[in-house]
Design a protein around this ligand. Structure first.
Ligand code: ZN
Ligand code: ZN
Length: 346
């Protein structure tokens, strides 16, 4: 327990947290060994900084006991980030402390590596890539990333053909609607949606009793979108265009019709309607995603949602940069840190 010496702090008072946390974990179908593993790994958490609503606290030096508590809590949460979001490329990360999945890789492998490294995410923990549909902004980096890191790619037959992935590629795996795929302790459920692609899907990722949805490229809200969105503790939700900006903008008429049609993209208003009517009380974060460069503005979308968000934090996923890593808890009441958390654990 080097850390104890380093901070002149007795380990004993912290130990009372172990049985408490063990009960909590057991209730969440975890083995009792996990908190002890957490204690063994204490040394690794020395440089972690967490933000809360009021101030940023360095838990490593000032509040070691709180740090222990939060360290154990991370076994009850999921971590997520957008690596890019928009018609120029989409890639979303969801993981626990051991494994992670990417939903789409629409940026180059090199860019993905750079961005993940910048926010402390370890690409070696990515155990699967799930592909939503064959549009270039969702698949352009899949081949290289999968080949380089030997990551299986879950893709359905329509998308495989549309994206011209060779059927003999041993890393390709299939999935079926509403059938969860288990990747370690994560469970990924694909569901069909409306979009102008061969066989488009969206996904929810479940782990540690936390559900994170990735819902982009949706022409209109169907029953599937509605019912999976309702389950989410956090969701990447498409808010592609502002209706006035699209209609008064430079796009040709046929394109305006396609974007706003049933199989195009969700407008701010459509996304907001879904959010207002169907978000769970416990939803802690909504990431506005796939914003159009010409027909939307991050400020307009954020302001619109914030007026109706209540306790849910609204974040715009950038077309140009990776987001912070967000820790999502199954019960928002436990989630004292509401803002981004940078961590070197991943
Ligand atoms: Zn797209
Ligand atoms: Zn698309």
């Amino acid at each position: 327990m080097e850390y104890v010496k380093g901070y002149g702090y007795s380990a004993l008072p912290d130990l009372f947290l172990v049985p408490v946390s063990s009960l909590f974990l057991f209730w969440r179908k975890y083995t009792l060994i996990q908190p002890f593993l957490a204690i063994i790994g204490l040394k690794n958490t020395c440089n972690r900084t967490r933000s809360c609503r009021f101030k940023t606290i360095n838990l490593s030096t000032q509040y070691p006991r709180i740090r222990v508590f939060f360290f154990i809590l991370q076994y009850m949460s999921l971590f997520t980030a957008s690596l890019n979001s928009g018609s120029n490329g989409n890639c979303y990360y969801v993981g626990n402390t051991e494994e992670a999945v990417l939903i789409d890789v629409g940026i180059s492998c090199r860019e993905l590596e750079k961005r993940m490294a910048r926010i402390g995410l370890n690409i070696q923990k990515v155990k699967a890539i799930f592909i939503s549909h064959e549009h270039t902004d969702h698949i352009s980096g899949v081949r290289v990333t999968s080949k380089k890191y030997k990551i299986p790619v879950y893709i359905n037959e329509g998308t495989r053909k549309g994206g011209r992935f060779e059927p003999e590629n041993p890393l390709l795996c299939s999935f079926a609607a509403h059938q969860p795929v288990n990747i370690g302790e994560l469970s990924i459920t694909p569901f069909p949606k409306r979009h102008d692609a061969a066989d488009p899907y969206s996904f929810v990722v479940e782990g540690n009793n936390t559900v994170i949805g990735v819902l982009t490229d949706i022409g209109s809200v169907c029953e599937h979108v509605r019912s999976y969105f309702k389950q989410c503790h956090a969701a990447f939700l498409e808010a592609n265009y502002d209706e006035d900006m699209l209609m008064n903008g430079p796009y040709p008429f046929y394109l305006k019709k396609r974007i706003s049609g049933d199989h195009g993209h969700l407008s701010n208003t459509q996304a907001l309607e879904l959010f207002r009517q169907h978000k769970a009380d416990y939803m802690s974060h909504v990431f506005l995603s796939h914003l159009s460069k010409e027909n939307n503005s991050p400020q307009v979308a954020q302001k619109l949602f914030e007026e109706h968000a209540g306790d849910t934090q609204v974040i715009v996923a950038s077309r140009h940069y990776e987001s912070d890593v967000y820790e999502i808890f199954p019960d928002a009441k436990v989630a004292i840190p509401k803002k981004a958390m940078q961590t070197s654990l991943f």
